[in-house]
Design a binder for this molecule. Structure first.
Ligand SMILES: [Fe+2]
Ligand SMILES: [Fe+2]
Length: 470
């Protein structure tokens, strides 16, 4: 195959045509990926033309190329951010030494595990969202969903590229397994909890892209610091795509709030008008935020300390910290001693999951503050629950707390469950609003405000998905 046609099939900036072994491996994996996409990707829309951006190179003009594409023909490419000349390891015991261009033998298993765990989330989210097209609130939103989906597919390619290039036979086997696990499947589930939760309505989708994709952003920021340079470079490019996913989520929720707040300002009851009431949205927020908090792992973690010490996984924006070795610092947190929470100093390296979670929480709070701006004149504010509430990982797992962080009995918690987390009735109500999808250009479902502007300077009534043709 010539360079041109290879680049047509698998756009890349990793000189794929000069590495025949890798090229063959990826050409073998590609049809398996496509059959996974056809089986588990967006249901019912594979033959439609969708107005998508495709990355065809990493320079600012090439990576945001917009055109109509049928999703199975999307060019899932492999792009690494430009190399930083003479890059050195930015943290840990090897601080200041040259970054690794190959996998160091002693870190091979750890790096493979991290790459597989990150890679597994990408197809998982496509699987979780595969039926949402049938209930979409507009063609604009439908297109945004598909943009997120194809880019998660590309993120899978990014991780598979690393596995094939640097991890030999084990890497090839892991790449296959990434196409075999299934979100929510009890026999072969995806690796992380939040990626097995059903995401079957658009409020969940927008909360997921706000909170769970934002976990992805923070994991990518931490891995972008890695001493393993190919991982760092691929994560840096993925972050540019991730930003759009959080835009989709945050503005999606924002538009639902805006619609509800508009009705309330007119003195109307949102439920009677077929909109989504604010307390119900708070319950969805509580759910998706807390399952996303779990993704950061235990508050005190030997693994996290080892990843940091070894130069494998850093802190988000490591350059903003003064001490990059962190072998002596301490981090104050609440820990259990004899059943009581007490404030203690923990060695900083052991608290790296919590340090990353702090940065995430702060970023989530900013999103919530922007949502609250839609509520002028309405007596309601969205809040982030305590990070102890509804946790399944770490020291608060198995205990019961109120959303403001007070420990209560399991009986009390059960009695209040439906005040704090989506109930079966909430889910049924949300589903009932979305029975009739909106496929007419410029029309928007009754429960969501139209966006202030379209994608890529197009109008909001642009035909983002050619739904009615062909
Ligand atoms: Fe992703
Ligand atoms: Fe994402």
């Amino acid at each position: 195959m010539s360079n041109v046609s290879l680049n047509e099939k698998i756009p890349n900036n990793v000189s794929l045509s000069s590495d025949k072994r890798l090229q063959r491996a990826l050409e073998q994996w590609q049809p398996e990926f496509i059959s996974w996409w056809k089986e588990m990707g967006p249901d019912g829309f594979q033959a439609k033309d969708v107005y998508l951006r495709t990355a065809i190179s990493v320079d600012p003009k090439g990576w945001a190329h917009f055109d109509y594409v049928k999703m199975p023909d999307y060019r899932w490419g492999i792009f690494l951010a430009d190399a930083v000349p003479n890059r050195t390891i930015g943290f840990g015991d090897d601080f200041g030494k040259p970054a690794w261009q190959e996998v160091p033998g002693e870190h091979r298993n750890t790096l493979r595990r991290l790459i597989v765990t990150q890679g597994d989330t990408e197809p998982a989210s496509v699987e979780q969202q595969r039926r949402l097209g049938q209930t979409c609130p507009s063609l604009y939103d439908l297109r945004n969903l598909f943009q997120v989906n194809v880019e998660e597919g590309r993120h899978l390619w990014a991780m598979v590229y690393l596995l094939h290039s640097y991890f030999g036979r084990d890497g090839r086997e892991e790449a296959e397994a990434l196409l075999q696990r299934r979100s929510g499947d009890s026999d072969k589930p995806r690796i992380l909890g939040a990626f097995n939760e059903p995401c079957t309505d658009w409020l969940s989708f927008f909360m997921f892209t706000t909170f769970t994709d934002r976990d992805g952003k923070y994991q990518l920021l931490a891995l972008a610091e890695s001493g393993f340079d190919p991982l760092s470079r691929t994560c840096r490019f993925m972050l540019t795509e991730e930003a759009h996913h959080m835009f989709v989520g945050e503005t999606g929720v924002g538009r639902i709030i805006q619609r509800t707040a508009d009705l309330m300002r007119q003195g109307k009851d949102p439920r009677k008008e077929g909109a989504i009431d604010l307390p119900l949205m708070q319950r969805y927020l509580n759910f998706w935020y807390t399952v996303s908090l779990d993704l950061f792992g235990s508050e005190i973690s030997t693994n996290a300390a080892n990843f940091f010490g070894a130069g494998i996984k850093g802190r988000a924006k490591e350059e903003t910290y003064a001490d990059h070795v962190a072998s002596e610092g301490a981090y104050e947190m609440d820990v259990y001693e004899d059943g009581q929470l007490v404030r203690r100093e923990i060695p900083l390296r052991s608290a790296m999951n919590e340090v990353l979670r702090d940065a995430y929480v702060e970023d989530c709070q900013k999103a919530v503050n922007r949502w609250n701006k839609h509520l002028a004149g309405v007596d309601f504010q969205f809040t982030l629950p305590s990070r102890r509430f509804h946790r399944a990982q770490g020291m608060f797992a198995g205990k019961t707390f109120t959303p403001d962080g007070r420990e209560i009995t399991a009986t009390e918690y059960e009695a209040r469950h439906d005040d704090w987390l989506p109930s079966a009735a909430d889910r049924a109500y949300v589903q009932s609003l979305m029975v009739n999808p909106v496929y007419t250009p410029g029309h928007y479902a009754n429960w969501i405000a139209p966006p202030p502007r379209g994608i890529n300077d197009q109008a909001i009534d642009f035909e983002y998905v050619r739904y009615n043709e062909g």
